[in-house]
Design a protein around this ligand. Structure first.
Ligand SMILES: NC(=O)c1ccc[n+]([C@@H]2O[C@H](COP(=O)([O-])OP(=O)(O)OC[C@H]3O[C@@H](n4cnc5c(N)ncnc54)[C@H](O)[C@@H]3O)[C@@H](O)[C@H]2O)c1
Length: 441
């Protein structure tokens, strides 16, 4: 098949490379000329393990090309896969500007029989409206094919998804067939639904995962205040298939998907006149979680934190990515800087993106030891292996008492740290009750 992929971010680049490796002829399109040039040279403008190799293999095999939208002058092929961004508006809705521009462009270059495959996460109802208005009369088919890959494991997730969801107009076997051929060779069950249900599956998946995270975080707050261990409690839940795989308490979810998608679902409910109290609580709990380290610092050092030196370890929203979009670290660092805290932050991969997103007063330093240098407290926000497996003896020597470590991901072992002279505080761990002051709800 010949496939045109529109939008070369985390999803589009992974999709383009994966499809080319499966033997399809792929053209990746973007409006960012620098991005197109970087990819054409076999480099990837974001950190995603294995992606650069996959892109290079596609380029070398002659199966993959990247073009700026204005330089594209050929038929788009069997399918145009849309993977442009759907960032949040100020009101929390999904901004469909990039998606609409991409669909308009596809319509201008496409012809009858082409299938628009929507990979971008768009609110339920969007595909129906695109078919009824933007694509009406163009003879172009439409399939919703939501993407479930995880940054940091995107290449592997593309190759072995747990399911492939295809939403089409009832009876549009031709569109279904194109999406199935696109994924030929991938061993995963297909679920074929109507378009709006496929869109809802994506939102419901993210909202459910976000709910599980906020749920375990609320239970962690309770554990912390009554002296129970969240590690044991989450293990106990994970041993029952009805309550799902193990999930860790921490400073909350972040990234380019969960926060915006939960808010967009909440917004959709609002405009549909449907009450979704649970989703509201999920969002509120998550917002509170992000500031737990601030409350722990206030409790340990008294109300006024001005002049305190604090090292922040990890800025990306999770390990193995350089993505800092809506990362808990951004809210926390801003709050610390506002309090007059001297912040020294480090992340193994996300420094460039963080530099653009953080206030200039936050110093970005080249390593864990530099972040710890003469700091009275450290806050771990991303459980990178490099950070978790630091030489904590050295870190202890860099710091000054009381050497507080707030482990925002419950990734460290208090039994290792405390003998080295650290004061350890985790999230809902039995040895480290969380502060019960302001903001704990
Ligand atoms: N990032 C993830 O882990 C993930 C996972 C599943 C689904 N999604 C969804 O997939 C979509 C894409 O996410 P992302 O993180 O890859 O986005 P991104 O912001 O990283 O990339 C979007 C790309 O689209 C390009 N673009 C914008 N307008 C364009 C246009 N009109 N024509 C061509 N290119 C255009 C941008 O220059 C950018 O390179 C979003 O809807 C997101 O919610 C993301």
């Amino acid at each position: 098949m010949k496939i045109t992929v529109v939008g070369l971010g985390y999803v589009g680049t992974v999709a383009a490379a994966g499809l080319s490796e499966a033997g399809h002829q792929v053209v990746g399109i973007d409006v960012d000329r620098r991005r197109v040039e970087t990819l054409s040279a076999g480099r990837v403008p974001m950190f995603e393990p294995g992606l650069e190799d996959s892109v290079s293999r596609g380029l070398r095999a002659g199966k993959l090309r990247f073009l700026h939208r204005d330089d594209f002058a050929e038929p788009p092929g069997d399918a145009a896969l849309i993977a442009t961004g759907t960032p949040p508006t100020h009101g929390g809705a999904a901004d469909l500007g990039q998606v609409r521009a991409a669909v308009d462009w596809v319509k201008s270059v496409g012809s009858e029989g082409l299938v628009v495959v929507m990979k971008s996460t768009v609110p339920p109802g969007t595909g129906r409206r695109l078919l009824d208005f933007e694509l009406k009369g163009a003879g172009i088919r439409y399939a919703s094919n939501p993407e479930f890959l995880r940054e940091g494991r995107a290449v592997a997730d593309w190759a072995s998804p747990e399911r492939i969801v295809v939403g089409v107009e009832p009876g549009d076997d031709a569109a279904t067939e194109v999406v199935k051929r696109m994924h030929a060779g991938i061993d995963a069950p297909h679920l074929v639904t109507d378009i709006t249900s496929a869109e809802m599956i994506k939102y419901a998946s993210n909202a459910f995962l976000a709910t599980r995270i906020s749920f375990i975080n609320e239970i962690a707050s309770l554990c912390g205040s009554i002296g129970a261990s969240i590690d044991d409690v989450s293990m106990g839940l994970a041993m029952d298939s009805r309550t799902g795989a193990r999930i860790h308490a921490g400073v909350g979810y972040g990234g380019s998907c969960f926060p915006k998608d939960v808010r967009a679902l909440d917004h959709l409910a609002l405009t549909s006149g449907v009450e979704v109290d649970l989703l509201r609580s999920v969002i509120n709990t998550n917002n509170r979680q992000r500031l737990l380290p601030l409350h722990a610092l206030r409790q340990r050092f008294g109300g006024a934190l001005a002049g305190l030196r604090v090292g922040v370890l990890g800025l990306a929203f999770k390990p193995e990515t350089d993505d800092v979009r809506d990362a808990p670290a951004l809210d926390l660092v801003r709050a610390l800087v506002d309090e007059g805290v001297e912040v020294r932050a480090y992340d193994p991969r996300a420094m460039d993106n963080a530099r653009e997103a953080l206030p200039p007063a936050a110093a970005l330093v080249p390593g864990v030891a530099e972040a710890a240098n003469r700091a009275q407290a450290l806050v771990l926000l991303t459980e990178w292996t490099e950070i978790v497996e630091s030489d904590w003896r050295v870190v202890a020597r860099c710091m000054i008492p009381p050497r507080l470590v707030f482990d925002g991901r419950n990734a460290l072992s208090p039994a290792t740290l405390e003998p080295l002279g650290f004061e350890y505080v985790g999230v809902g761990r039995s040895n480290s009750p969380l502060p019960r002051g302001r903001g704990q709800g």
